[in-house]
Ligand binder design. Sequence first.
Ligand SMILES: NC(=O)c1ccc[n+]([C@@H]2O[C@H](COP(=O)([O-])OP(=O)(O)OC[C@H]3O[C@@H](n4cnc5c(N)ncnc54)[C@H](O)[C@@H]3O)[C@@H](O)[C@H]2O)c1
Length: 362
Amino acid sequence: MRKLVVYGESGKRYPVFLGRYLLNRDDWLGEVEFPSSQGVIITNSRVGPLYEEIVSSFFSQRGFTIQVVTIADGEEYKNLSTIEFIYNQLLSWGLDRKSFLLALGGGVITDITGFVASTFLRGITYFSIPTTLLAQVDSSIGGKTGINLPQGKNLVGTFYPPQGVFIDISLLRTLPAREYEEGLAEVAKTFFLAGGEALSLLEEKERILSRGEDLLEEIIFQSLSFKKRVVEEDEKEKGLRSILNYGHTIGHALERVEGYGRLRHGEAVALGMMGEAILGEKLGITPSKVVEKQREILIGLHLPTQLRDNIEREEFFAALRQDKKKEGGKPRLVFLEDFGQPIWGVEVEEEKIGEALSYLER
Ligand SMILES: NC(=O)c1ccc[n+]([C@@H]2O[C@H](COP(=O)([O-])OP(=O)(O)OC[C@H]3O[C@@H](n4cnc5c(N)ncnc54)[C@H](O)[C@@H]3O)[C@@H](O)[C@H]2O)c1
């Protein structure tokens, strides 16, 4: 088992445990501060039947009282109605400020649980048991919580770190290939930003795709270590943290135009990274060898680098305008001067982004 400790700006710190079969052992439990013995698992209709029983009995056997809220599965449920449904459940059980929440699921569940925890009774403790690769390498640390509005993704949210994160790699065995591969998009993004030796881990594409767990543990550890360094320096995204949005400006707009569900988040991020790399090349920032290497790695990880259909430009620009990372009306993007050398906050005209998009179309 490996352990990282993430420090927040407010001085708050939380442990992240990483390993296999964490729920078959409890040597890590003593290092975690639970505010009381009253906890509620927040999960969904797909992950719940797989793991909720294991998690509840783990805690019940150790003296905790655990209840479960199960919500519908899907990004489309990351909304205000779901939040209200969860508040109502928690109130009906008479939970107090010492109760805690346990997120059991992918990024949708960890984002929702963090949001509920940060607002319910003005803030209660929560922990995460992320069950997708994306959530294990990315959304489980850094403290961003959020929900979607009809106008766009993650438009409402808070910065509210968990009190502990338990990453069990064995939970990934039931994750379908498409969801696993889209998690690899966030891994690739992290390693493009980190550069150096981490990047060479991505060369082992066969072992990555067959989920070799030793390699996976190393990859998750390296991804988290990089993200930890970034969020510790800039938790509230005033500067450096925005590098983690590499591929996300174009990616989020594509995800919105294509419709959530049709193009999954990780796939949109892979396409977004390709679009932004090509745009960087056109602007004279990103060398063409970096663009080509990036394409080769993404293809090797079974990620899309070209769009299936052409994109309606007006819809795309409308989606782009919903993005939060812009000032003075112009989108601000992250570009790679090289692997390991990102620059951020680069203002780009919308038309230029539209031009880059045409290189992703067949
Ligand atoms: N807060 C952050 O810093 C941050 C960062 C990146 C992404 N996100 C958010 O994360 C969300 C995407 O997360 P995701 O890709 O994990 O999607 P997801 O939570 O929708 O999970 C993908 C699918 O896999 C299922 N699933 C999860 N774990 C499983 C398992 N072990 N076995 C079988 N099925 C399993 C889920 O039920 C779902 O159907 C987006 O809403 C995005 O905005 C947040």
